[in-house]
Structure formats: structure tokens, C-alpha cells
Design a protein around this ligand. Structure first.
Ligand code: HEM
Length: 341
């Protein structure tokens, strides 16, 4: 039996811009053919079992808040991700308007996903939208897995004997597909930037791994960067009193210059090896910031140094993937040492 099901498909996309969040909502009407064919993900049997049990469970208005409440109870550390009720005490959550709004937002999301089960295309775009909506909020595939486990628990309690082996297996398949679909657009935990250092574990690893191949030649690299820097912007050389007036062409033979090169190269080496350790990294950046602010070195000098370092890294064979991570790391460094304004 084929029947037409029309529903409002709300695709909610948003962009998070530092502290402020902009929300764009696009609404379009989509018609789904919810027939009993084998087109969707999951067997048509699983699909109809999920729809039936879901329709039954969600009739109880306590179910949506229960799902979110149990989820947060099982994983209290996730409450702070929901800024609108991050610090509401546990015993007030079930009556908090923002908490309830979020519970019903999730309900609406689940409704749409479940209504989309019959169409692979629709399902893919739903999961894409959901993954996209959660990516910058820091949600990970594991959190969705944990959410699925809670959902299953609440369904079992709500439905009692109606949540039989058949229903259990259908939901298990459904939740596995949901997590797999969402994971495609969600970031892996290691791609999430640390809120303080702004670097992800992935970036740190790329930078450190590629630096290993280069660090033995770091003095020559730094020297060529400094000479280019002085050629491009002669006044930067003036900050180095000990070799301020040595002609650029003679610098490589100047002892004071070579001491400075070794100092910079070793500091760079230290910072790279510290990037994995948040406190050490922040400590190093602060040290650089205060020692250089005292000499009033302008931000532009750091930016130029960064660009030239990027060029040298590329010339030394660092892959374009690793270069992206270097770019992120150098931005963090420059912003930390010589903040804008
Ligand atoms: C299938 C399960 C889920 C559904 C259907 C769902 C649905 C939604 C929807 C529709 C939004 C609004 C998106 C927007 O404003 O653009 C949202 C926001 C959010 N979700 Fe989920 N979600 C689910 C699971 C999770 C999980 C597992 C987490 C991880 C802890 C999570 C964390 C969040 C956060 C932090 C927000 C932003 C809340 C705010 O500040 O407004 N969600 N969710």
C-alpha cells in the first residue's frame, strides 16, 4: 500500500561566529512516498516497527523531556554544552522552559528523521543537516551513540511489553544507521579545537610529525627566513641592536646574527614540541608575548615571519594537508604573541 505523506521539512542551519550565534531557518514542503518498498535504509519491516512504536511512545508528553533528562543525568558533563540551561540545577531541569524547548527540538528532529526513513535521499539530507547542526556545538559520534542508548531505555520503559525483541532489533538497526549517517558530518573528537589553545589534537599531531623531518635543518631555515624578512622590511633588522647595521649580505658570517638564529630556531623547536601540552604551550606564548612587547616589535613582523615560515615548510616538502594544520598553529602563535589592536 502506498500513501503520500506531506510534511514540513525544517532544515535548520546555523553559523557560529565566535561568541555570537546566527541562526538561519529554511523551511520547505517535501512530499515523501512512504510506501512499503525496500528503497529506504533499513528493511521495510524495521521501518514500520520504528514508526509504530515511536508514534505510540511520543503520545506521552513526558517522553521528550525524559529522553533529554536521562541523557544529561547519565552524562552530566554534556549539560554545559547547552548554554541556555547549562547551569540550571538538575532538580529544576524538568520545569525549565529552555530545557523543555530543547527536549521538543530534539523530538521534532527525531520526527523528521523517522518520517524520512522511506527515502534514502531524504534521510541522507536529514542526517547531513543534523550532523551539520551539531558539528560546531562539539557533539561527537560517541555522544549520539550514548543518546541512542538512552532513547532505547526510555522507549523500553514507556512501551513495556510492546517494546519486544522485534522492536528492539528494529530500533537497534535504526540507531546504528542514524549514528553512522550523522558521523559522516560530525567532527571526530580529535578535530575539535581546544577552547583555550584553539588547536585540535589533529593539528598538533600534523605539526609535530612534519616538524620531525625538518627540525635538524632548522637553523638554515630560520636564517633564510630572517634574511628574507630583513630584505623585504629593512626596519625589522633595526630591532636587533647587535647586528642592526651589518649589511644583509654579510649576516651569515656574523657571530651575533648566528647566535640569534640559533636562539629563534631552538625556541621554535621548543614551541612545536610543547604544542601538545596546553599549559606549556600557553606559557611559551605568553613568554614570547611579554619579551617581545617590551621591544615593541609590531604584529606585522610576526605575520611576515609566519608567511615566510609557511613558504619554507612547503619548500621542504610538507604536504598540503599538514600545511593547513601549520597555518592554524601559526595563527594561534601570532595571535597569542602579538594580538590584534
Ligand atoms: C538524534 C538525536 C538528536 C536530535 C534529533 C537533535 C536535534 C537537535 C536540533 C534540531 C537542534 C537545533 C539545531 C539548531 O539550532 O540549529 C539541536 C541543538 C543542539 N544539540 Fe542536538 N539533537 C540530538 C542529539 C544531540 C546530542 C547527542 C548532543 C550532544 C550532547 C546534542 C547537542 C546539542 C546542542 C549542544 C545543541 C545546541 C543547543 C542550543 O544552545 O541551542 N544533540 N539538536
Amino acid at each position: 500500500m502506498a500513501f503520500k505523506l506531506a510534511f514540513l521539512l525544517a532544515v535548520v542551519a546555523f553559523a557560529s561566529v565566535s561568541a555570537t550565534t546566527t541562526t538561519t531557518v529554511t523551511t520547505s514542503v517535501t512530499t515523501v512516498s512512504a510506501d512499503e518498498g525496500e528503497e529506504g535504509i533499513l528493511s521495510s519491516h524495521d521501518r514500520s516497527v520504528i514508526r509504530k512504536t515511536w508514534d505510540q511512545a511520543k503520545r506521552d508528553s513526558d517522553v521528550p523531556p525524559q529522553i533529554l533528562f536521562r541523557f544529561i543525568k547519565a552524562h552530566p558533563e554534556y549539560q554545559k554544552m547547552f548554554t541556555k540551561f547549562a547551569s540550571v540545577p538538575k532538580n529544576e531541569l524538568m520545569t525549565n522552559g529552555n530545557f523543555l524547548a530543547q527536549a521538543y527540538t530534539i523530538l521534532a528532529g527525531l520526527n523528521v528523521v523517522i518520517q524520512s526513513l522511506a527515502s534514502q535521499e531524504l534521510m541522507a539530507s536529514q542526517l547531513n543537516a543534523l550532523g551539520g547542526a551539531h558539528q560546531s556545538r562539539g557533539a561527537t559520534p560517541i555522544m549520539f551513540e550514548q543518546f541512542g542508548a538512552v532513547l532505547e531505555e526510555v522507549l523500553a520503559e514507556e512501551l513495556g511489553s510492546a517494546f519486544n525483541a522485534e522492536a528492539k532489533s528494529a530500533w537497534k538497526n535504526g540507531l546504528t544507521a542514524l549514528v553512522a549517517g550523522i558521523s559522516k558530518t560530525l567532527k571526530n573528537p580529535e578535530d575539535l579545537a581546544d577552547p583555550q589553545t584553539k588547536l585540535s589534537a589533529h593539528q598538533v599531531r600534523d605539526v609535530q610529525r612534519s616538524w620531525e623531518n625538518i627540525r635538524s635543518g632548522r637553523n638554515a631555515m630560520v636564517s633564510s627566513i630572517m634574511i628574507k624578512l630583513f630584505k623585504e622590511t629593512p626596519r625589522i633588522q633595526k630591532y636587533f641592536a647587535k647586528f642592526a647595521s651589518v649589511p644583509v649580505g654579510s649576516l651569515s658570517g656574523d657571530a651575533e646574527y648566528n647566535k640569534q638564529v640559533a636562539l629563534v630556531a631552538d625556541r621554535l623547536d621548543t614551541i612545536v614540541s610543547a604544542t601538545g601540552d596546553k599549559l606549556q604551550l600557553l606559557g611559551n606564548i605568553n613568554y614570547m608575548r611579554y619579551t617581545h612587547a617590551a621591544r615593541s616589535i609590531p604584529r606585522s613582523a610576526w605575520e611576515d615571519f609566519g608567511h615566510l615560515l609557511m613558504e619554507s615548510l612547503a619548500a621542504s616538502g610538507v604536504s598540503s594537508h599538514d600545511m593547513d594544520s601549520w597555518k592554524g598553529a601559526l595563527d594561534v602563535l601570532v595571535n597569542g604573541i602579538a594580538p590584534k589592536n
